[in-house]
Design a protein around this ligand. Structure first.
Ligand code: NAI
Ligand code: 15L
Length: 263
């Protein structure tokens, strides 16, 4: 049966806030979890992912999990280790204990960030391109993808690992003309990942149907995802040049000596 009650971790964050508005339209009842309070949601659980008891209580009775919580930029290794690596492990353990059968995991393009951007005429980057993390952050997403594989093979928990490009209301740089995932397409993609049959361990890129797309959306489309937006409609309003540094690598700024960090 299609999941109805979905636990959304990272509910206070950028994507979590966008998805709290959009996912209920697909018929889901959301449970919310975040280390920070979720604005206007007194019922949300405020706890760290490594708080096993709080996470267990939040997971119990959920039909599926959308796991967005974690550090979303580069940070010292110890912080990434705690939030993204141990945190995602705790999430899968809680899912296993509660008998949850489906997890949709926020991976990132930064799992393959050092992959060169395809030159004009070259094929898009395939989903089975080798991991080339550009940061400890990207490395934690590689870990998440492999953790998902382990829990599928060992415990039968199905996962869709979404290598999200750039999910925000509008593209704000030339790079994002290639990487943008519109909020509406993000909700479509999450819905597809939650409801597709027999996903096993699927890795998919998450972006809109951008004219300048760098990667192959085949596995996302195979889930039943049909993106409807294209960043190209925003192209005219964007500055013509990006900083030259790291421009020809998928991870962009994350591939430079000073990747973006939490402020
Ligand atoms: P965000 O940084 O706005 O939100 C992440 C949320 O996770 C925050 O509300 C934070 O409080 C929570 N969190 C962090 N550590 C936690 C912990 N130890 N326990 C409980 N909660 C914790 O990030 P955003 O942009 O909403 O991204 C969501 C997910 O999608 C992240 O996993 C990010 O890595 C991934 N992603 C996002 C992309 C984007 O374009 N926004 C692109 C690719 C991946
Ligand atoms: C990510 O993984 C980050 O979480 C997000 O903040 C963006 O920087 C995005 O990738 C991107 O590559 O644009």
């Amino acid at each position: 049966a299609a999941p109805r009650t979905v636990l959304l971790t990272g509910a206070a964050g950028g994507i979590g806030t966008l998805m709290r508005a959009l996912l209920p339209r697909y018929g889901y009842t959301l449970r919310l979890f975040d280390a920070r309070p979720v604005d206007g949601e007194p019922g949300a659980v405020t706890a760290d992912l490594t708080d096993r008891r709080a996470l267990r209580a939040a997971v119990r009775g959920s039909d599926a999990i959308v796991h967005l919580a974690g550090i979303s930029l580069e940070a010292p290794f110890e912080e990434i280790l705690h939030a993204n690596i141990e945190g995602t492990y705790c999430l899968y353990e809680a899912a296993r204990e509660a008998g949850v059968r489906r997890v949709v995991l926020a991976s990132s393009n930064h799992a393959v960030g050092f992959t060169p951007v395809p030159a004009p005429g070259e094929p898009p980057v395939p989903v089975d391109t080798p991991h080339r993390p550009d940061t400890f952050y990207g490395l934690s997403k590689c870990f998440g993808e492999d953790l998902a594989s382990l829990y599928r093979d060992r415990h039968g928990i199905e996962s869709v690992c979404l290598r999200i490009g750039s999910c925000r209301p509008e593209p704000t740089s030339v790079r994002m003309l290639s990487t943008w995932l519109s909020p509406a397409d993000c909700a479509r993609l999450l819905h597809a990942a939650l409801t597709a049959d027999g996903v096993g361990h699927t890795v998919a890129y998450g972006s809109s149907a951008n004219t300048r797309l760098w990667w192959d959306l085949g596995t996302a489309r195979a889930l039943g995802y049909t993106p409807l937006d294209d960043s190209e409609t925003y192209a005219a309003g964007l500055p013509a040049e990006e900083p030259a540094d790291g421009r020809s690598l998928i991870g962009g700024e994350f591939c430079t000596p000073t990747p973006p960090t939490r402020r």
